[in-house]
Design a protein around this ligand. Structure first.
Ligand code: NAP
Length: 258
């Protein structure tokens, strides 16, 4: 019988996994996207778009579409859908895996400041700089709106959701970015502090290298913990191995998140 794999997507790892599974005869793969990005990158296999209606709606979808394996390959900070996936899998008995790229590690000499939330990042900011590169994505920027004395550069794929701090310049761009790109951006805007989520992966790590080279402080928002008891794998090859589908096509993880 052909296994049906549902991938909860929105990351490069999810697309890579979909490509790997779609290339295997007899495997049916569906990728689910939240529908947040206006023009999502193409994904091999079947695609569905939009919320399920909470954990119950997702459980219903798993049953109705006879899903055998649920892979939560969403962004490390998409914690609502991750919690919903764990509950839906528990309710239906569907085999579930969480695909999470590892977080970033600081190096000796780095001036990194770990915080628990965007609110905590906003609280720490005025002590660390005046001109901020805010690369935490397009949502949740209201946490910084009261910082009227600071200048912000916000980068995201689609326009950020207001309210924004009053002195904000928006840069619309989709990664991956090179160290040269990032150094140019930091220099052009005379950035003196960077704020990032601990998204992990290679595609958006260049900003950390550029900040390191320029000696800038970095505020890193810690990622939420995966649900208790979840089976977490760190790359596409690990998922394929768990599913008994390893082959020479296997590849490592990367990302294109903000
Ligand atoms: P979230 O807060 O965890 O989820 C909010 C709701 O959006 C969920 O309850 C679910 O609605 C729906 N949803 C989320 N991901 C979905 C998916 N893959 N398929 C179908 N429905 C989904 O998620 P978020 O942080 O807004 O992220 C939304 C999407 O963007 C995720 O797929 C994630 O991979 C991607 N993304 C997020 C970030 C980030 O920083 N958070 C960065 C890059 C990409 P229902 O309850 O109705 O099912």
């Amino acid at each position: 019988m052909s296994p049906h794999v549902l991938i909860l997507g929105g990351t490069t790892e999810a697309r890579r996994l979909a490509a790997e599974l779609a290339a295997r005869p007899g495997v049916r793969v569906t990728t689910s996207l939240a529908g947040r990005v206006a023009r999502p990158a193409p994904v091999p296999g079947e695609v569905r778009i939009g919320g399920f209606g909470g954990p119950e709606g997702l459980a219903e979808w798993l049953r109705a579409h006879r899903v055998d394996v649920l892979v939560d390959a969403t962004h490390p900070f998409a914690d609502t859908i991750t919690a919903n996936a764990a509950r839906a899998a528990a309710a239906t008995g569907v085999h579930a895996l969480v695909l999470r790229r590892p977080g970033w590690r600081s190096r000796p000499g780095d001036d990194w400041h770990f915080v628990r939330s965007l609110d905590a990042a906003a609280e720490a900011l005025p002590r660390l700089g005046r001109r901020v590169f805010l690369s935490t994505g397009r949502l949740g920027l209201a946490a910084f709106r009261h910082l009227t004395d600071l200048t912000f550069v916000v980068r995201s794929v689609d326009p950020p959701e207001p309210p924004l701090p009053p002195d904000t310049r928006v840069v619309l761009a989709r990664g991956p970015f090179t160290v040269t790109d990032e150094t140019r951006l930091l220099r052009t805007h005379r950035i003196d502090v960077l704020v990032t989520k601990d998204s992990g992966g290679e595609a958006t790590a260049a900003k950390l290298t550029a900040a390191r080279d320029l000696g800038l402080p970095v505020i890193v928002v810690r990622r939420p913990e995966p649900p208790a008891g979840a089976t977490v794998v760190s790359d596409v090859a690990g998922v394929l191995e768990r599913l008994g589908l390893s082959s020479p096509r296997d590849s490592g993880a990367a990302d294109t998140c903000p």
